[in-house]
Design a protein around this ligand. Sequence first.
Ligand SMILES: Cc1cc2nc3c(=O)[nH]c(=O)nc-3n(C[C@H](O)[C@H](O)[C@H](O)COP(=O)(O)OP(=O)(O)OC[C@H]3O[C@@H](n4cnc5c(N)ncnc54)[C@H](O)[C@@H]3O)c2cc1C
Length: 472
Amino acid sequence: MTINPIHLEKLKKILGSEGWIDDQTDMPSFLREPRDKYQGNTPLILMPDSTEKTAEIVRYCAQNKIPLVPQGGNSGLVGGAIPTGEILLSLKRLKAIRQQDARNLTITVEAGCILSHIQELAQEMNCLFPLSLAAEGSCMIGGNISTNAGGVNVLHYGNMRNLVLGLEVVLPNGETWHGLGGLRKDNTGYDLKQLFIGAEGSLGIITAATLKLSPHPHEKQTAFVAVPDPDAAVNLLSIARNISGDCLTAFEIIPRLGIDMVTDNIPGSRDPMTQTYDWYILLEGTSSLSRDLLDLEAVMERILSTGLDDGLILDGVIAKNITESNNLWQLRENLSEAQKFEGGSIKHDISVPISAIPAFLIEAGMAVETSIPGARPVPFGHLGDGNLHYNISQPKHMARQAFLDQWESLNQSVHDVVDKFNGSFSAEHGIGRMKTDDMLRYKSKVEMAMMTKIKHTLDPHNIMNPGVIVRK
Ligand SMILES: Cc1cc2nc3c(=O)[nH]c(=O)nc-3n(C[C@H](O)[C@H](O)[C@H](O)COP(=O)(O)OP(=O)(O)OC[C@H]3O[C@@H](n4cnc5c(N)ncnc54)[C@H](O)[C@@H]3O)c2cc1C
């Protein structure tokens, strides 16, 4: 794809000298995806600092049919923010905090605000913005909304769809939809903001959002327990929910192989138990009630003692302080990083009904062994949401590239099993450029036709992140 240099000069003029990059030596960090699976190219990076400038750029691009790829923190894992010759529109300079309203439990921020900064601002308001994920120091709220990000607190607070009350969006024709607002109830027709949440930049540019905050939790209890198998883990989840009311905020599964990978490869990490077991659960409860009103420690102890009595827990520890809690979380959060030391890893980001997880793990394990004998599944993650990062490390003695060359075919073997359990082949990370074939394979014709019609209606010239989600 070649874009006429006259257009490039006109677009630069709209933003002034601070607002663009055309020197290829300054571009690498914008053009490489975190897993190095995508390496892009662009003649120009545009960085508007206001909604008005963003709209002016999009209007120009619409008039001249110039394609754009929006980008936030570039932490996405499916190639959606990586241009393949299109103009890259970085939202990083759109970072104003427009409004903080503690009594309405809302904050209104621009798209380029870093997630961890929003968490800090919420805390200063004695509130909580509950979205939390390992990339929170670099990902931006516009990207979080565009991917309908999940993370570790979905069990209690839901994903981005549940955390957005209003949006401001520059549409593919350059018009701006001013849909910000802090309403929790609004039944005036279609809920348009939901169209743009999870649209991965294919329907418009999100420039600002009003986010829902929660009361700040005062109490937190973290425990790490060994369970006999995934079936016991699912039963333990039911018990934990029954005992804790709505206090349970995280319920993450980790296999033994994952613990080994972290303790072998990440300095300072250690297994908190003396014996080894096949499966572990990291569970956390939080409460905004103070200790005199709710003894969360007693709640966690009750969950663990009931689990032990019922044979669902074999061993366990409860963190005594925040440092111990953080150390337990490091075992979970460092797993992807630790896997890198074990050679190639082929990833899946899947969900199935929680009750189907044990059967899914057995069938997926068999499918993997049939496809690549000796490959080592390390399924971990958000069991409480039915969402597993079904990562597969290469067989110990296989060449890394030979293993990675089987990425697509192994994906298909695993996704076929997911489909059999009525699951999703992309629970958190979206479609991007990576999973458009899966869309055609697993989505029904009716669903694809509706999505394509929506795309064509809003973006008739296909200038908004072309090739993402809906191919054309
Ligand atoms: C270590 C690590 C851990 C992760 N953990 C999780 C996790 O637990 N849960 C989870 O859900 N994800 C996770 N991710 C994936 C990623 O962090 C999320 O998808 C995140 O929401 C992306 O935000 P971003 O700002 O980096 O977006 P980008 O990567 O820049 O963009 C993502 C998509 O959104 C589009 N986009 C970006 N900004 C806008 C905008 N303003 N308007 C319109 N479209 C836009 C892009 O075109 C692209 O399609 C993880 C990633 C890493 C590297």
